[in-house]
Design a protein around this ligand. Sequence first.
Ligand code: HEM
Length: 432
Amino acid sequence: MLAGEPFLYWFGHKPRICIFDYELARQVLSSKSGHFVKNDAHPTLLALIGKGLAMVDGIDWVRHRRVINPAFNMDKLKMMTKIMMDCAQSMAKELGDLASKSKNRETEVEFGKKFRELTADIISHTAFGSSYQLGKEAFQAQHALLEITMETFLHVQLPGLNHLPTERNRRKWMLEKNLRRSLMHIIQLQLASEGSENRNNLLGLMLDACTSNEEGGKQGELSLSMDEIIDECKMFFFAGHETTSLHLTWTVFLLSIYPEWQERLRQEVLRECGRDQYPNANSLAKLKEMTMVLLETLRLYNPALFIQRKPIADITLGALKIPKGCAIVIPVPIMHRDKKVWGEDADEFNPLRFQNGVTRAAKVPHALLSFAIGPRACIGQNFAMLEAKSVMAVILQKFSFTISPNYVHAPVDLFSLKPKFGVPVILRLLDE
Ligand code: HEM
């Protein structure tokens, strides 16, 4: 599909309008008037992820965002870089051990799976600190629930079906109960823990902001309820796991087929972070070409396929009259390849377009919509970029890689943009 005229289509009995125009998208996403709210989530999805930050609107959203913001401030994220590095180093060691066993010091790795494991590890550690093992179990239950949800996502929703004690429903109820119990246990452990050291994780920082009483609540009262905190924990995993894993997977894919860029980035990493040293937040901040490649990967292989909003009253948007409640769909990957905005080479991999920064990469300053724009833009974008840089720096320090002959190029829309058959890569240990 190419960027073009807006069109209307039906999603079940609900109308949706798809727009491709950057100016209209900016008006919808940057509006601070409260005219546009999130589109209704599928009920099974809502049951799974609850009403975390990404799902709430209005004053509830303001309250949630105020509590969660401090956890994503750059100083706190810099402290989390060490954890990201530790997890990446441990994956690299495992892969290095495998490669060193073979005569030519190489091994085939399916990076889609590897990065799903790694990013689950990173989000468990950064979200829950010392309770990461419990957190990992909670996330495993959440992942199993997501798989059940995916199986039934496109089924017709017959009323009452979700309440029948079928085998699938009973498994779902059991997983939901375990997930809630584990998250509640972790929250109570954190609330009981003394000292800021133990609270330098996303949950701990969120709890600190919750109890700081800036909201004018009573002493000892949380500004989010226990259920809301549980939903935010689910949100960390739901919003921050798959997206980052896919971003890394597509980056490895692109660097495998553009060896000149792979070598450029390796030289930059060796120059700024050294060969054996542990990269840290300061050295990662100097990786300009790495940032360009990561942004170009997001442009070409954006994990999120659509951003959606709906107006709360009838509204005129450019020449369009949109009735209250009609969903507006912004198809990000298609807009990211619009030649009128990105130039004739929009379909090509050209990280240099980002050399003067994100806002100067295309003909409009807000052309990159990967993390959305406006008040509801991704709260985790700095986290995601730091994580991607940490992992790629460690990989480039130790290995070179090429795409495996078994690779089949088949990006598919499965909630997000996934490589259908994974990304198998031949990974080779660099000489010491
Ligand atoms: C490459 C990685 C990521 C991508 C491409 C991405 C993309 C997005 C996008 C497009 C939105 C806006 C959705 C909308 O407006 O409907 C969003 C919102 C959000 N993201 Fe991310 N995200 C990434 C990583 C993360 C991480 C690591 C976290 C947390 C650990 C996170 C947490 C959130 C949350 C909580 C929101 C809702 C913000 C709000 O509504 O105020 N994301 N993300």
